[in-house]
Write a protein that binds this ligand. Structure first.
Ligand code: TXA
Ligand code: MG
Length: 335
């Protein structure tokens, strides 16, 4: 397939592709998405195919006006209204009860649907011109790091989709926070830059965190394995670079020293080693750069990536750690 590269000025052309049931990769403020008409089963099926994505993994449906959530869900609780007022447009996905017209293909057969209104002008304009909600997973091949730059999308999807919109690098750099508000207790299914604390401050009540997000941390032993994540997409191998990857966790100075030691040791063995080490507490910057650094190290063909863990147990750093640990296949060294 010939993939058209479109500029910001050609959004109407991209929207026409979506209307006709085609696939368009486009920038959002979090990561690039691979979009299709959310209400067109055949179009959505093509997204799974292009990404090589398991078909039980539901997609997030993107809308351009907050009120359009009414097309997708039968009922808005006061909490949902408050969350929309506080966080939309922005990187918060709300999992709500779905209306019948939303295809099984889009929701992976669940009786809920994930909805978000992105705050990227290009994304909003695309949805507006298309005139339909757009289902969009991250625009990477399944299993690879999420794409935060135009060139990352080209690397994965050129030849597999109808069009790619060339936009700026994504501001946030990790995917949206996924919050399940379909039941009694709002529950974080995927951590993101909007934290439980932010959400609690808005709705004035405690937010739960899916226990599956704590699995496989060494302090939990192997017991965490029994948690089945509530968000289907959280169970697959994810964000994986080509290189082997190890996360080094512990006191900052010791982490730095251990990285230097392992680096030197591996280089003596003839391995090319890449290091990911963010400034202490620079969590927003870490979120912005993490996936891009993984992809850059892959391009440099390193054999091993050594990454310093971020010390944060619930905020933005925790969201980055969720991705970092998955990328490393939970390969953790404690110092
Ligand atoms: O920032 C983002 O959310 C990006 C951009 C493109 O908007 N999209 C994205 O989509 O990250 P994706 O498909 O890569 O991740 C969607 C996540 C998956 O973990 C999926 O299982 C979960 O959201 N999800 C979607 N709908 C759900 C539902 N109804 N119930 C539970 N989890 C859901
Ligand atoms: Mg994804």
């Amino acid at each position: 397939m010939d993939t058209k590269i479109l500029t910001e000025k050609e959004i109407q052309e991209a929207a026409a592709v979506i209307k006709e049931g085609g696939l368009v990769a486009f920038p959002t403020e979090t990561v690039y998405g691979l979009g299709a008409d959310a209400l067109n089963e055949k179009a959505v099926a093509k997204v799974y195919e292009a990404k090589g994505r398991p078909s039980d993994n539901p997609m997030i449906v993107h809308i351009a006006r907050a009120s359009d959530i009414g097309q997708l869900t039968p009922r808005l609780s006061p909490d949902i209204v408050t969350l929309i007022e506080n966080f939309w447009p922005g990187p918060l996905t709300l999992v709500v009860k779905r209306k019948e017209g939303v295809p099984d293909r889009t929701t992976g057969g669940l009786d809920t649907v994930g909805v978000r209104m992105p705050d990227s002008p290009i994304a909003l304009e695309l949805i507006n011109w298309a005139g339909c909600p757009i289902a969009a997973p991250s625009a990477n091949l399944s299993g690879k790091p999420s794409p935060t730059r135009f060139e990352d999308v080209v690397e994965d999807l050129d030849g597999k989709v109808d069009a790619i919109i060339k936009g700026p690098d994504c501001r946030v750099g990790i995917e949206s926070t996924v919050l399940d508000v379909s039941g009694d207790t709002p529950t974080i299914l995927r951590p993101g830059i909007i934290t439980p604390e932010n959400i609690e401050a808005a709705i004035g009540k405690k937010v739960a965190v899916d226990p599956a997000l704590y699995v496989k941390r060494p302090e939990n032993g192997s017991g965490g394995e029994e948690f089945k994540p509530k968000s289907p997409g959280m169970k697959y191998r994810h964000y994986a670079p080509k290189a082997d990857m190890t996360v080094i966790e512990g006191n900052r100075e010791q982490v730095k020293a251990e990285i230097q030691r392992l680096k030197a040791l591996n280089e003596r063995l003839g391995n090319k080693v890449g290091v990911i080490l963010f400034e202490e507490k620079a969590f927003i910057e870490a979120a912005h750069n993490f996936f891009a650094q993984l992809r850059d190290l892959d391009r440099q063909n390193v054999d091993l990536i050594l990454a310093g863990a971020l010390s944060d147990t619930d905020g933005v750093g925790f969201a980055v750690m969720n991705r970092m640990l998955k990328s490393a296949g939970y390969n953790i060294v404690r110092v």
